[in-house]
Design a protein around this ligand. Structure first.
Ligand SMILES: Cc1ncc(COP(=O)(O)O)c(C=O)c1O
Length: 563
């Protein structure tokens, strides 16, 4: 063999090895994707674009599961009773909502997506609860019609300590900064105190202020990219990190996110990807996913069957975060805890304290400005820096007109001062034990009464699970409303309790929850044919979609019996 031939063989062997390695790394990435559509954001977008609109006509509405006539009649009568009750009880709130709806796109969106789309129009026409409230007090809100409702919305997670706490933070905080007013750019002195507290609580060196959780996440990812020189971010299947494009790939985002890897949560294959790829800047963790790893935020609009799943295993999630920490350290990947939701809710020191794992960057938001809009990044010094000493033109730009707004800083200062008070310290005491035992007691009552519904919780964050295959679980949100419980637009997908719920107040909520479930059962929404399974429901809905796609005249579906 000549020297040239030897060199040729050697170089082709090297090229083959490199290609094989690349293929192996690519296959590792595929293997680390969750098998659901949620785990495949591009495919999910393509699938979503194909789903045709169709809806159930009045008859089919009550027997989407082929229920017999008597059951459908029972449901119909109950639905109309409920509609009458809503009309009378929520009249003013519903009227103003109707008036405003045309001009508010957000309201149009949320009202449309409260239940699966096949049922949505009919529900919107008949069950008008309204989207206005006039006041709050203790653990309740009062609507325009004077109905006092127990609040389970938690104001998207902002409300950790009760609305009165936040009213005080805002009022006293505003007094503190009144002399300065809305001067921006320069800082009000309370900001120095806030920075001190944030550094102490996060255990991290530096802080930056933003206007929302979404912005804080954007900045954390940008910093990670700047300092690592790598493009890609890793998020875990189903995790919400705000609505910015790169962290919200898939359905809901018109563009495919090119620099995002969505990996399986709590899975060794994902660790393998992190330990082999060289293009990963950061890993984003939303610890709320511990309640439903790999599942998207549960909302009733996707409650097509009873397949919703949730279970929190603290030890398993702690072990997972510990492994993530190790691999990120080994590979120079920035580990970001997105604590916008759970920070200060799980523990005073947030998820880092609760799970005993430290991150490189932590984002906070929601509650920490005492009820005013906020996003915060805390991080290690070397990752937070936005410039390089040796390359003055190479900067990482991040500004925002309203960052560190004096009124927000004033309210945040009040938040941190109150955090040290005895009443707040008392709320953190035995936090998990309190909420776990409440969930367990409620589940025991539900089981004892043979109701096909349960709750699962991560401390004070709850979700409702359904134990019997059904197409009508989303109706429960309206029964709960009739019982005086206020839910957010995601319905029974998420209850967020404020920590100031005392035993008596919680008992009132539990009683109402059970009453609502008893009424659902009595009104035959949970009637089920023996052969019905979650799988058969899904198959049926898929068939309907295919049918609607190929024969658009099916736009409004009637029941086979009614033909
Ligand atoms: C974990 C997490 N990150 C980021 C965000 C976005 O925060 P914001 O709505 O303030 O933009 C949210 C909001 O729910 C969140 O839960």
């Amino acid at each position: 063999m000549t020297l040239t031939e030897t060199l040729l063989y050697a170089s082709s062997a090297i090229v083959s090895l490199v290609l094989l390695r690349k293929l192996q790394i690519r296959l590792q990435l595929s293997a680390a994707k969750h098998r659901s559509l949620t785990g495949h954001s591009r495919m999910a977008r393509r699938f979503a674009a194909l789903v045709p609109f169709y809806e159930y006509g009045e008859d089919r509405f009550f027997r989407a599961d082929d229920a017999p006539d008597a059951v459908a009649a029972n449901r119909r009568a109950a639905f109309m009773r409920l509609a009458g009750l809503f009309e009378q009880r929520f009249a003013k709130s519903a009227a103003l909502t109707g008036e405003m709806q045309e001009g508010v796109s957000d309201l149009q969106f949320t009202s449309r997506y409260r239940v699966p789309f096949q049922f949505s129009r009919y529900v919107r026409e008949h069950l008008k609860g309204g989207s206005f409230v006039a006041s709050s007090s203790g653990v309740t809100v009062t609507d325009l019609d004077g109905n006092r409702l127990y609040d389970l919305t938690g104001s998207y997670g902002v409300n950790v300590f009760g609305y009165d706490f936040y009213k005080e933070c805002i009022a006293r905080g505003s007094e503190r900064v009144r002399d300065l007013g809305p001067v921006l750019g320069a800082y009000h002195p309370v900001t120095a105190y806030n920075v001190r507290r944030l550094r102490e609580i996060s255990g991290l060196d530096e802080v930056s202020f933003h206007m929302s959780g979404t912005e804080a996440v954007m900045q954390a990812v940008r910093l990670a990219r700047y300092h690592t020189g790598r493009r890609n971010l890793v998020r875990f299947c189903g995790a919400y990190h705000g609505w910015w494009g790169d962290v919200q790939p898939g359905v809901g985002n018109p563009l495919a996110a090119r620099e995002t890897y969505t990996l399986k949560d709590m899975d060794e294959k994902s660790l393998r990807v992190l330990s082999t790829r060289k293009d990963i800047a950061c890993v984003l963790v939303n610890p709320l996913q511990a309640l439903h790893p790999n599942g998207a935020a549960p909302g009733d609009s996707t409650l097509v069957d009873s397949g919703r799943n949730a279970h929190f295993d603290r030890a398993a999630y702690t072990a997972w975060l510990t492994k993530l920490r190790t691999v990120c350290t080994q590979r120079g990947i920035v580990l970001i805890f997105d604590e916008v939701f759970v920070g200060f809710r799980l523990a005073r020191g947030g998820a880092q304290e609760y799970f005993g794992v430290r991150a490189d960057l932590v984002t906070y938001g929601k509650t920490i400005a005492g009820g005013l809009p906020i996003g915060v990044v805390c991080g290690r010094k070397e990752i937070m820096r936005r410039f390089r000493e040796d390359r003055p033109a190479d900067i990482c730009f991040a500004r925002g007109t309203f960052n560190a707004h004096p009124y927000v800083m004033g309210s945040m200062c009040e938040f941190f001062e109150r955090l040290d008070s005895e009443p707040i310290a008392a709320l953190y005491r035995d936090l998990d034990a309190v909420w776990n035992s409440r969930a367990q007691a409620l589940n025991e009552r539900l089981r004892a009464q043979d109701l096909p519904v349960r709750v699962a919780n991560l401390s004070s964050i709850w979700t409702v699970l359904y134990t019997r295959p059904s197409r009508y679980n989303w109706m429960l949100q309206y029964y709960l409303r009739a019982e005086g419980l206020a839910l957010s637009w995601v319905g029974t997908g998420r209850f967020i309790f404020s920590l100031n719920y005392g035993d008596a107040e919680f008992a009132a909520v539990a009683d109402r929850f059970v009453s609502a479930a008893v009424a659902m059962q009595r009104d035959a929404w949970w009637w089920t044919a023996p052969q019905l399974t979650n799988k058969s429901i899904k198959r049926r809905v898929l068939r309907e979609m295919i049918q609607a796609r190929w024969s658009p005249s099916m736009g409004s579906m009637s029941s086979p019996r009614s033909k």
